[in-house]
Design a protein around this ligand. Structure first.
Ligand SMILES: [Zn+2]
Length: 146
């Protein structure tokens, strides 16, 4: 039996939300083999706010759907290792294995989606910063350049 360092009754609202995410989508648990994990974050926290707002929920939903096609043991072992924002509006989502085509297709879809949305606020991206480092909406572009 596992002993959690943080009891559910003592968790903050954010910890409870993270706990819910990790229970309903175990592959979002950043520390899948750590029984003492306090749910202070999930792997989704690595996704920049704007992208998470624009398509985070849709990504989770599509991934869960693709992952339900896996055998149970493979589902249990699967997790997202890393999420990174790269230059030129690029998102990289690194899964624990590349063995599952349906899962890879979902990841590719959302990696392509990232360039369409403002990385800061999640509105449609309309502008590029100098050198095309970031793709931003009008508002965030203007506030960065004033
Ligand atoms: Zn914006």
């Amino acid at each position: 039996m596992s002993v959690f360092t943080t009891k559910y009754s003592q968790m903050t609202t954010e910890q409870r939300e993270n706990h819910f995410l990790c229970v309903t989508h175990p592959w979002l648990n950043p520390e899948p083999y750590n029984d003492d994990f306090d749910f202070s974050y999930t792997i989704m926290d690595l996704m920049p706010d704007g992208w998470r707002k624009a398509f985070g929920d849709a990504f989770i939903k599509d991934m869960e759907l693709a992952l339900t096609t896996l055998p149970l043991q493979a589902y249990k072992e699967f997790h997202i290792v890393d999420i990174q924002a790269l230059i030129r509006g690029r998102l990289e989502i690194r899964p624990s294995t590349l063995n599952f085509q349906a899962v890879n297709k979902v990841i590719e879809k959302y990696e392509a989606e990232a360039a369409k949305w403002c990385v800061f606020c999640g509105k449609p991206a309309t502008k590029e910063t100098a050198g095309g480092t970031l793709f931003l909406c009008d508002d965030c572009f203007n506030s960065k350049n004033n």
